[in-house]
Design a protein around this ligand. Structure first.
Ligand code: ATP
Ligand code: MG
Length: 453
């Protein structure tokens, strides 16, 4: 799909070979594949109304990038010279959000179209509409500007392509079309400064590299190794959303590997990062969870944040849990205490909202309960709301090579069996190992990792 563009760019680039900084390139409608029939109806309405009211209106960001790559966009973002107040006046279904980064959400049923006013620079150092921390992080950014200024404040060149509703052409101010053709992620401006302004851009670099199978251009890549610790400055609540986007992109396993490669993972999940050093099985558990999530997404099956976080945090949890047990704390209180300690530490990096933390901890607790399936317990457990997620998690651990005494395989057989067979499966377990041994210790033991091919 990008072929037509490629030959067009080649001709243009040859002519511009002497020009160092990329100049505005305009692809007319005849030279690109973006058709209005593929644009969200609500987004089209917003674009037309803005335009008819005398404002500039462009589609920008991921929707243009993805369409040019022949992919289906996730959402449609609009950029305009109308201020947030002017946008809200135009639409009944519009709401201004964010104080530090003011934007407008226009709602169409369940779909939200994000409308952003062009961002610009200010000459006055004391202008309250822009604020930076001592480290250079952008804390407020509400100075409006021109489209040219807006383009260079975006993150990557491939995310700074604008589709003009007026003439249906695509505007490229930063060389994004060439980078798109070369499958290259290039941060606009000086990368080290841009990461300092917003360290989340390092995570976005990894997300797009994994999702699009793009390479990080050398200057964009280099500072990440040295500046990964900047992630500590990002508000933990924002990190929760960003991390979900990272792992729910359908390329979670590649993302996980890239995050580790660039040293970013340690600043997201420090306890897991530590546990990997001494526990290779823990690494396999997380890799399995990511592969499993990717598969579910590709099959259109649901993925819950609780499950994802249960897996990402498991290595650290297991470590604390085993320590507590070795110090004589019985299994269930040890699991509770390990969960408390881990989350207290983790919340300084990523705040996990209660509605996800609660089911996540249930999945963990059930890892202790699922092996205890004697007598009537199996039927009771089967009815617990979180059974399915906990069973999936148990299987994952078993596949990774954790010692689960075959409980996962047993539960698979139990769910597939008729009532007679279920009774036999329970009888085959003998008496409760807890009662038999008289010990309350249920260590989460390690096995050697299963082959992963
Ligand atoms: P997708 O929606 O597929 O995840 P996207 O590129 O559209 O990818 P959004 O988060 O929707 O990502 O952001 C829309 C656009 O806003 C981006 O394409 C980029 O131009 C700009 N943008 C988003 N986040 C940043 C950031 N942290 N720094 C600079 N520009 C950003
Ligand atoms: Mg988007």
């Amino acid at each position: 799909m990008i072929k037509g563009i490629t030959s067009y760019i080649k001709t243009r680039m040859n002519k511009q070979a002497v020009v160092k900084a990329p100049k505005l390139q305009i692809l007319p409608r005849s030279q690109h594949p973006i058709s209005r029939s593929e644009i969200h109806e609500g987004a089209l309405k917003v674009l037309y109304r803005l335009n008819q009211s005398g404002f500039q209106a462009y589609l920008v960001g991921g929707c243009i990038r993805d369409r040019l790559l022949g992919k289906t966009p996730k959402d449609f973002d609009i950029a305009t010279d109308a201020t947030p107040e002017e946008v809200t006046e135009l639409f009944r279904n519009a709401r201004m959000i964010g104080r530090r980064f003011r934007i407008v959400h226009v709602r169409f049923g369940r779909e939200i179209i994000e409308v952003t006013t062009f961002r610009g620079k200010t000459q006055e150092a004391t202008d309250k509409r822009i604020k930076q921390s001592d480290e250079g992080m952008l804390l407020r950014d509400n100075v409006w500007g021109s489209i040219e200024e807006d383009a260079i404040r975006r993150d990557f060149t491939i995310n700074a392509l604008y589709y003009n509703i007026k003439d249906h052409s695509v505007y490229d101010y930063t060389g994004g079309l060439t980078d798109l053709k070369n499958k290259m992620l290039r941060l606009i401006g000086d990368p080290a400064t841009r990461y300092r302004e917003d360290p989340v851009r390092m995570l976005r670099a990894i997300r797009f590299a994994a999702k699009l199978d793009f390479k990080l251009e050398a200057a964009t890549e280099a500072p990440i190794y040295e500046q990964a610790n900047l992630l500590l400055q990002v508000a933990p609540a924002r990190m929760f959303d960003e991390v979900l986007k990272l792992f729910l992109s359908g390329h979670g396993l590649t993302t996980f590997q890239l995050l580790r490669h660039y040293g970013l993972f340690a600043f997201l999940f420090p306890a897991s990062h530590e546990a990997f050093k001494t526990n290779p099985v823990a690494l396999v558990v997380v890799e399995q969870a990511m592969a499993n999530t990717d598969l579910r997404i590709s099959e259109g099956r649901p993925v819950t944040p609780a499950f994802l976080y249960a897996a990402l945090l498991w290595p650290g949890l297991e470590h604390i849990f085993n320590d507590l047990q070795n110090n004589g704390v019985p299994a269930f209180p040890a699991m509770q205490q390990a969960g408390n300690r881990l989350l207290q530490r983790q919340n300084q990096h990523i705040t996990i909202p209660k509605r996800f933390a609660f089911p996540m901890r249930e999945i963990w607790d059930l890892q202790l309960k699922l092996p205890q399936r004697q007598g009537k317990k199996a039927w009771v457990l089967l009815q617990t709301p979180r059974f399915r997620a906990a069973y999936d998690f148990l299987l994952l651990r078993e596949m990774a090579g954790e010692a689960t005494d075959g409980a996962g395989a047993w539960w698979t057989a139990f769910q597939e069996a008729n009532e007679d067979e279920q009774h036999k499966l329970i009888t085959s377990l003998g008496r409760s190992p807890v009662k038999k041994s008289g010990s309350r210790k249920r260590k989460l033991r390690r096995h050697k990792p299963a082959p992963t091919n």
